[in-house]
Design a binder for this molecule. Structure first.
Ligand code: NAD
Length: 376
């Protein structure tokens, strides 16, 4: 049994839960998901791991109350228990230094993107990139310039490192929070690069330095978040902590810019060279994003959410067509290249049991209402 430690309603019908699941928390990677079952006869539902804490042994999930199982899950509270939580499942998101990245979140799709933005920023830090909004201040010894001229990190006097610290702490509080144990290491890298810049005047080193300090050598992240209306927008504050820039759209114009996420995305891809787009949200949004980025040859990752049963590749319920071939979202995904996805087939498979799902929800709500009435 898995205990719910915290529950919060983030928006109408959108719930967040923190669940005690130490094994999953210890092994979870960005992009992984879980499959949960409320009771022994319950339906299995897949949900992205929106956050995890190894030390506390917890995972965070977000879900929308749309069907019978998510409605009953939403009725549970802190202290209640869930029968089974299986995971972590699925492939992890490839986290690299890409350069300019755009993350497009449609509604509750933000849950899937949150660990991705954290990891894309954390890799800047773990590679020794310390960045204030516009300037890269340091790179790690992994860069060609550092390898070529390498120094003994230990030789840097502590007081010189201390001189750097105030500036870094102001600028990178959040990034260092992701990998606090690397703080000293990063400060040493920063100091190394500053010294090298002063001492090494060879042309090779100058070129390497230029490359190491270029825009493409760290992840610069633009976030575009869209919701139908203001009250459905979730986790804007959490995304703003990590985003280099963040745009919000609402379909009805109640907050941010009126329109769809793709309206802003078009402007972003036209204004600069984008190395990676990641889009998570309704199928029609991921389709629209993929169609928009294709002519610009922007690598586009989408996270698919087909019907899924056991989540380990045996049942085949989550099959999707990718570049003309059948794949299973549970073991081959859930992330795929958006330019290869057959979105039409995905949409029609998602509609397959619509009627039965609606009936099950109706019956469940009627029964629950009857129980509440007869209990008093
Ligand atoms: P929604 O229908 O309210 O749409 C959210 C935003 O997406 C809109 O405000 C708009 O900006 C954009 N959008 C929608 N249709 C578009 C289109 N045709 N073109 C361009 N942009 C469009 O979203 P919701 O009700 O929050 O639903 C979220 C969906 O995300 C659900 O279908 C859920 O299953 C899915 N989801 C997927 C994952 C995953 O990992 N794949 C995770 C969580 C949620």
């Amino acid at each position: 049994m898995f205990k719910i430690l915290e529950k919060q309603t983030l928006a109408p019908k959108v719930e967040m839960m923190v669940i005690q699941a130490p094994y999953i928390a210890r092994h979870a990677k960005v992009g992984n998901f879980i499959v949960l079952r409320l009771n022994k006869k319950g339906e299995r539902i897949p949900l992205t791991i929106a956050d995890s804490d190894r030390d506390k042994g917890t995972i965070t999930i977000l879900f929308q109350r749309v069907g019978k199982t998510t409605e009953s899950l939403g009725m549970l509270n802190a202290g209640d228990k869930i029968q089974d939580v299986v995971g972590p499942l699925g492939h992890a998101t490839p986290i690299e230094i890409y350069g300019n990245c755009v993350l497009v979140a449609g509604g509750i799709g933000a849950a899937t993107l949150y660990p991705i933005i954290k990891a894309l920023k954390a890799i800047n830090t773990s590679h020794g990139v310390i960045k204030d909004k516009e300037n890269v201040i340091a790179r790690s010894p992994e860069t060609p310039a550092c390898r070529q001229t390498g120094r003994d990190d230990e030789a840097i006097p502590k007081d010189e490192i201390a001189l750097l610290e105030p500036a870094l702490s102001e600028k990178d509080e959040i990034l260092r929070g992701v990998y606090p144990e690397q703080k000293d290491e990063i400060l040493r890298f920063a100091q190394n690069d500053m010294r090298r810049a002063q001492n090494d005047r060879s042309e090779g080193a100058r070129n390497d330095r230029k490359m190491a300090f270029s825009e493409q050598s760290y992840n610069h992240i633009t976030v575009i978040m869209g919701a139908r209306t203001k009250e459905l927008l979730i986790w804007e504050d959490k995304f703003r902590q990590f985003a280099d820039e963040c745009f919000v759209t609402t379909d009805d114009g109640s907050y941010g810019r009126k329109g769809l996420v793709t309206d802003v995305l078009k402007e972003v891809v036209e204004s600069k060279s984008i190395a990676l787009a990641v889009a998570v949200g309704p199928v029609r949004m991921m389709k629209a994003v993929s169609e928009l980025t294709k002519p610009y040859a922007v690598k586009t990752i989408v996270s698919l959410n087909p019907l899924m049963v056991e989540g380990t590749g045996m049942c085949g319920a989550c099959r999707v067509k990718i570049a003309g071939e059948t794949r299973f979202a549970c073991i081959d995904g859930p992330e795929f290249d958006g330019h290869d996805v057959d979105f039409q087939e995905l949409e029609s498979r998602l509609r397959f049991y619509k009627e039965e799902e609606e009936q099950a929800l109706h019956l469940f709500l009627t029964r629950t209402k009857r129980q509440v009435t007869s209990n008093g």
